[in-house]
Design a protein around this ligand. Sequence first.
Ligand code: HEM
Ligand code: HEM
Length: 410
Amino acid sequence: MTWKNTSISYGMPARGFHWLCALIIFGLIPLGFYMVSLDFSPLKLNLYWWHKSFGTLIFFLVLLRLLWRFINQQPLPLSSHKKWERILARLVHILLYIGMIGMPLSGLLMSAAADFPRPFFGLFDMPDIISGKNKALFDLMRETHEITAYCLFSAIGLHGIGALKHHFMDRDITLSKMLPHIFSQAGAVVILFIFIVFIGITSFLIFKEFSEIENKPQEIHQSEGQPVLQNPDQTLLPSSPSHWIILPDQSRITFKAQVQGEDFEGAFYEFDGDIVFDPENLVTAHADIRVKIASVSTGSKERDQYIVMPAWLDAESFPESRFVTSKIEKTGENHYNAFSELTLHGVSLPVEFPFSLIISKDENGDKQAQMQGDFTINRLDFGVGTGEWNDPKLVANSLFVTVSITATEK
Ligand code: HEM
Ligand code: HEM
């Protein structure tokens, strides 16, 4: 087995890069279509996490692969290949590279533009190259990611069929020169099998996606918990007429907890957020509230210092808690339920938040909204108070949170 490519065959690194990238992409494409079809849930968030990590891995692998390709010669096409076959094969190889670079790049830019995480297997987060949120870029990259996915899938289909035709019908060495040596014979059959399974599962998921879009054209499309309307006329941009500004001196976020059976109360004094709410058009309703952990106060200086330490809320590593709604439903007169995601201590979990909301006019004739609601969370689910504090008999697991917000219309 040679390291470098020769004029008739690929070396070991080129073969390794090829099959490693191919196997990961065989998983990533169906995973992508499957995860977007799921309702908002921890499973969905987990799948996004794995998708982004493996997608970013492809980004690094392709950079290395291209580098290796440029410092190596490429095997010559077989003389038995017709001219049109060579041109087609070359075009498809170019398309495959465009797909392998375009997919991770658009994925990373899409997540960065929405300020969503870009994890790499928990080792680090990809750098934040876009400051704040950029809705136009997010939409563009999301569209690019989806269209490039279809192009890459088609290119892989053509490429695989071509390579398998050369092996099983023309019986030339096109495929053998790319297969790892130890797999020469059985390898072709295994690849044929994996290729058929990949094409079958992905085609099924694409068909399902298209038939669901046709059946529900107005349904909210979830993007990492953010509602994004498929109808482009209804946007959630801050310029929406029902955008609200929180009045901090008339708003409160408080919580109740229990230590050794004793109740204590606390509050967060610094928070802000974006709220879009029109009772007549709940499909556009959305809230994104950010709370500064270090602003906590429980009436005891010693406890306040402790609560922001690493064993508890770890304000240094996780300075913000975030509450983002994905869907708001009416449950009665002035009563609603927000299906949301709460991120606390670096852990994101779904929560249901029932609340009441009344809109009235103040003395200047401006609209004012008063909202009040509460929910309970289990601190251990968020990894808060671990180690020696794990025991719920010492510090109760459940934490009762009350939110009361007054806001004026923008
Ligand atoms: C995600 C799937 C795949 C991708 C992205 C991919 C990508 C590529 C690329 C870019 C090349 C050009 C050589 C290079 O620069 O390394 C190549 C060559 C090759 N691929 Fe794939 N490939 C995939 C799947 C497959 C499958 C399923 C087969 C076989 C059934 C296959 C068989 C081959 C062969 C035989 C060559 C050498 C062609 C030649 O030099 O004449 N590939 N592949
Ligand atoms: C070669 C690498 C990648 C492939 C083949 C791939 C493939 C896919 C596919 C097929 C979809 C479903 C398309 C749709 O119906 O909207 C998807 C969605 C998605 N991908 Fe990737 N992806 C890759 C890399 C990445 C990376 C690196 C990220 C981010 C760090 C990412 C983030 C996303 C997100 C957030 C969605 C959901 C978009 C939505 O909600 O509409 N992907 N991906």
